[in-house]
Every structure is written in structure tokens, then in C-alpha cells.
Design a protein. Structure first.
Length: 416
């Protein structure tokens, strides 16, 4: 198969080229031609995006999302690899439980899905999962959705994860500091009588885990950071040589608690923080403190998200809107370069988690996504391929529509 475009992302710039694809790989990069199996004109051809934080809900919660629906949504967002979080039933805490998920992935995924293994049995934070038994079949280990509260337990886990040559990825939250909160403990919460989640509930666990990572030498990745203090702690840790990376989400970079509405589609964990927190995250993007952007795509049923801010389930969907939101709000506004954004969605996650570098060249895996960068449109959740509809970006005008995604050379999404 030959696909051709005037704008192929090669060596961090657009180049006219034709890509010859065979057996899931790019075998040649030829001069641009209109005589191609798939002629793309002026559309932008990028390496497929990687999302290291996605909830596919299968096995166990198929009324929220399935591997089939979630990966189709991901492909529509331009993603060719996603890392699936372990808050499932059964929790992937041993090979017998993990194989249930692996079989569902093999059967129904239209893109590459790499599962996390749980750090602890049942994600209960009390007993180490069978890390050694799962290591060969997981991308990393995490109890995502729950912070490991016990310091000694986390220390033991880090030693074991390091021994296995893996990464410990952490949802950082001190339960004793939550106090029943469900949105950021800021101006909106005070003005509307809501219980707030303090920033310290996040950054104090990051502070602890950085200390443990220094002590154990364990590669450590912080999920979905949201506070200014978190950025500062991670920046300082990197300067000291700690083996640490982190991610944040599109919503934390483009919204703050001043944008909240009395609607469950604005409720996620961690919550939208203050305007100053958002500015600190944006600064962390520019100076390299924040390594990658991940969606934390977290679908729920309409009923679970229809109970208002206080009672709705935590989590919003975002894998179909991530690139269009970031391109419109951060690249087109001149805040960051397209090169930086593409790097955060491709090479940075691949490098950290030991994947083949996603690039367009001869010999590379044919993971490719194609966008019409001139297309501006309004986000309409009714149009999503995900079973989840709760997004804070509903009604936003964004730019960049995915028209084609190839995963290992096979069409995973086509919307031209």
C-alpha cells in the first residue's frame, strides 16, 4: 500500500512524500506522488500518538466502555497505542487475572493496547501483586485511581519494580487529606458550597514518592499532575537526577476551577485546579518538567455522570478531542510549537516506556495518523465513538480533524 501527502511529518517538519507500507512496516519513503493507493493531498501525516493513561473498562465494566469502543475512539483521536489502566474486574494483579484482559485485547482492539499490571492485590495497597508473574506482559505497574497509602509498602513495591526493570506509575493522593472533597478547594468551591480537595493531597504523596524513588532507584512516573507544587517538586527532583517523569492532561492545561459548571462533565480526579496551577503546568510544559500529555480517558454511563458535581462519578472522556483541543488552544495560539506537541504525544512516551521510537522512516512500524489541520469544528459528544459522553469540552470550537489512522499498517479509523 502506498499513501502520499504533501505534508508528511519527517524529522520534525512537513515534507512531501509517499510511504510504501508492507506487513505492518514502512518499507520505503519515496518522493511525493498523486499516484497512490491513498492520496491525502494537503492533509498532515503524523506518527501515531501514544496515550499512557486510558481507562478501557474491560473486563468488568462493559456498560461504561469496551475495548472495541475505546480503541475505535482512540483511533479516531489519532492514537495507535494506548496504555490500559488496571482498575478492572478482575484487577490484573496476577497472571490468571491479566490473561482475561489480554484475551479481550487480542480479540477486539483495533490498535495496540498495552496493559498496566496492578501494584497491589485488588489495588488495596496492602499486599504486593504478583509483579514478577506479570512483568513480561505489562507496560508498567500502577494502582491508578488509588494512591498507595503505606510508605513501607510503596518502598517494597519500588524495590521489586526496579528489580524487574519496570516503571512504577502512581496516582498520587493522600486519603487522609481528602475530607470528602470532590472538586478543587478553591474559589468556586467556596462560592458554591462544595467540599474541596486540597492541593496537598496530591503533592505530598509526590514528595514522599520522590524520596522513595531516590532511595530505591526505581524508575517513577507520576500520573495526571494538576498542581503548581507538583510541578516544582518534579522539576527539582529532575535536577537532582531522580529517575522521574510525569504527565498531565489536556483539561488541566486549558481549564481551571473558574471554568466549572454545576455539571458532572466537569468532575474528574484530580480536579480542575486554580488559574495559577494551570499557569504552572503550562510553564512545566515549556521547560520540559512535564514530559508527556495523557488523556486519562475515563468513560462512565450517562446516569453516573448525570448527578451534578457532588454525586457524579469521577472521570471525563477525552481521547477523541485531545489533539484538536491542544492544537487549537496551545499551538494555534502560539504558546507552543507543533514539534513540541507531537513530541509529547509520540517520542516522549515511547522513550520513557521502552517502545520503538514512533517516526516516519523506512523500517518503522506503520503507526500513522492523518489530520486535516485546517478543519475547525464544534465538539459534539453525541458524535463520539466512545460510549462515554461526559466531556468538559462540549461546545468548544477546536481545530484539526482526524481523517485516517493506520495501526501496524491496517486502517483503524477512516473519516474522510
Amino acid at each position: 500500500m502506498i499513501i502520499s501527502s504533501k505534508n508528511v511529518w519527517i524529522d520534525n517538519q512537513f515534507t512531501p512524500a509517499a510511504l510504501c507500507i508492507e506487513d505492518g512496516r514502512i518499507v520505503r519513503v519515496d518522493p511525493f506522488t498523486e499516484n497512490a493507493d491513498i492520496f491525502l493531498g494537503d492533509y498532515a501525516v503524523f506518527p501515531g500518538f501514544i496515550d499512557v493513561h486510558v481507562h478501557l473498562r474491560e473486563p468488568g465494566f462493559l456498560y461504561k466502555e469496551t475495548i472495541a469502543s475505546g480503541t475505535k475512539a482512540a483511533a479516531r483521536g489519532g492514537y495507535t497505542t494506548v496504555f490500559a489502566m488496571p482498575n478492572l474486574n478482575p484487577v490484573p494483579d496476577c497472571p490468571e487475572h491479566l490473561v482475561v484482559q489480554l484475551e479481550a485485547i487480542r480479540k477486539d482492539a483495533c490498535i495496540r493496547v498495552l496493559p498496566y499490571g496492578s501494584l497491589t492485590v485488588g489495588q488495596n495497597g496492602k499486599e504486593m501483586a504478583d509483579l514478577a508473574g506479570m512483568a513480561a506482559n505489562v507496560c508498567a505497574f500502577s494502582d491508578d485511581g488509588r494512591g498507595v497509602q503505606n510508605e513501607d509498602m510503596m518502598r517494597q513495591l519500588m524495590f521489586e519494580v526496579k528489580k524487574l526493570g519496570k516503571i512504577a506509575a502512581a496516582h498520587c493522593e493522600v486519603n487522609d487529606l481528602l475530607n470528602g472533597g470532590y472538586i478543587h478547594d478553591g474559589d468556586y468551591a467556596k462560592a458554591h458550597g462544595h467540599r474541596g480537595i486540597c492541593s496537598a493531597s496530591e503533592w505530598r504523596m509526590i514528595e514522599r514518592d520522590i524520596r522513595l524513588a531516590e532511595e530505591t532507584g526505581c524508575p517513577y512516573h507520576v500520573c495526571h499532575i494538576s498542581t503548581a507544587e507538583s510541578v516544582s517538586l518534579i522539576r527539582d527532583a529532575k535536577k537532582r537526577g531522580v529517575d522521574i517523569t510525569c504527565e498531565t492532561g489536556p483539561h488541566y492545561l486549558t481549564m481551571c476551577d473558574a471554568d466549572l459548571q454545576e455539571d458532572g462533565r466537569f468532575k474528574m480526579n484530580p480536579p480542575l485546579r486554580s488559574a495559577s496551577d494551570k499557569e504552572a503546568l503550562l510553564a512545566g510544559i515549556l521547560d520540559g518538567t512535564i514530559d508527556m500529555i495523557a488523556t486519562d480517558h475515563a468513560p462512565h454511563s450517562a446516569e453516573e455522570k448525570g448527578r451534578g458535581l457532588e454525586k457524579s462519578a469521577m472521570g471525563v472522556v477525552g481521547i477523541e478531542t485531545a489533539f484538536p483541543v491542544l492544537y487549537a488552544k496551545l499551538v494555534k495560539t502560539g504558546f507552543m510549537s507543533l514539534e513540541r506537541l507531537i513530541g509529547m504525544l509520540t517520542t516522549a512516551p515511547a522513550a520513557r516506556f521502552g517502545l520503538e521510537n514512533p517516526e516516519i522512516k523506512a523500517g518503522a512500524r506503520a503507526d500513522i495518523t492523518v489530520f486535516d489541520l485546517d478543519c475547525a469544528y464544534t465538539v459534539d459528544p453525541a458524535d463520539f465513538l466512545s460510549m462515554g459522553r461526559a466531556t468538559p469540552f462540549a461546545g468548544w470550537t477546536v481545530q484539526g480533524r482526524c481523517v485516517l489512522t493506520l495501526a501496524a499498517g491496517k486502517i483503524a479509523y477512516e473519516g474522510r
